[in-house]
Design a protein around this ligand. Sequence first.
Ligand code: NAP
Ligand code: GLV
Length: 313
Amino acid sequence: MKVQLYVPDGRYDPWIEGFAEALPEAECVTWEQSQGQPVDYAVVWRPPVEMLRGRTDLKAVFNLGAGVDGILQLRDADPEALPASVPIVRLDDAGMGAQMVEYVTHAVLRYFRRMDEFAAQQRAGTWKFLKPNRRADFTIGVMGIGTLGAQIARALASFGFPVRGWSRSARSVEGVECHAGEQGQAAFLDGLRVLVNVLPLTPETENIIDGGLLARLAKGAYLINVARGPHVVDEDLLAAVQQGQIAGATLDVFRKEPLPADHPFWQEPRITITPHIAALTLREDSIAQIADKIRALQAGRPIAGVVDLQRGY
Ligand code: NAP
Ligand code: GLV
């Protein structure tokens, strides 16, 4: 059995060593070494379109991330890129949930405890009491309560915050008030103090965080975006921050990454920028998960995490 790898930074050795240990029955080859040869499985992150074109040899493509928008956009742009019969499999948590919980909880608590304001006071040499926020007034909405969002929502609820969740189909998450679909969107959004975005990027969710949506939140709300840049209409977010509708935003993802040096977000002190690190792909966990799934497929067993091409995630 052959497994073909593509990682954009070309640092293959640790991946090849990892697969040799976790899946010794497979021969692991790089895309560069094996172009044009049939293989059984591909393991990729942001592959070049040539790697996917006409690949009827593949039994599955494993994406080294939770979001599959990169691969699906290649298929949309080039119908030859990956036959529809080849399943695309996303990473299912694989250590990302815990990282997302840390990142989002940190940002929420920073806003809730007014830490940015205390930091500004320190810079000005000011010792001044600021009235604390009340938990009951700090309703948090998690947009997307799938593998990662459900863990975030549960963690925030455990601090005693009122937490709402929003999904496409009806879901239930313990301690979380759940809403679903377009008909549930207004009840989910109305009056939120913090909006956390963990949606997949699909044609339905692109540009979802626009001026209209931000206006539904409480005045002085916060936005935390750990999903994808194109969910947010950048100009609308900037305007909402400048008008005080949004008091602050923590953004991990951007339309163009790295965020261009002349992007106005860099100059807005109420916007916190991190370089797409909210939840990193952990090599050992990912290899272990993919190796298990390859074994299951080889044995004819079903696997979780197969992307539904109609839904786009
Ligand atoms: P997931 O398990 O597929 O969950 C997606 C959630 O979004 C589900 O609850 C789904 O609803 C909901 N959803 C999808 N389309 C919707 C729509 N049109 N309206 C309402 N709800 C909708 O995905 P995940 O593993 O949690 O990952 C989510 C995203 O996080 C990824 O796609 C990726 O873009 C991003 N991510 C970012 C980083 C980072 O470092 N910044 C790391 C990992 C992942 P249903 O439950 O009804 O299906
Ligand atoms: C990272 O952004 C992922 O989708 O896993």
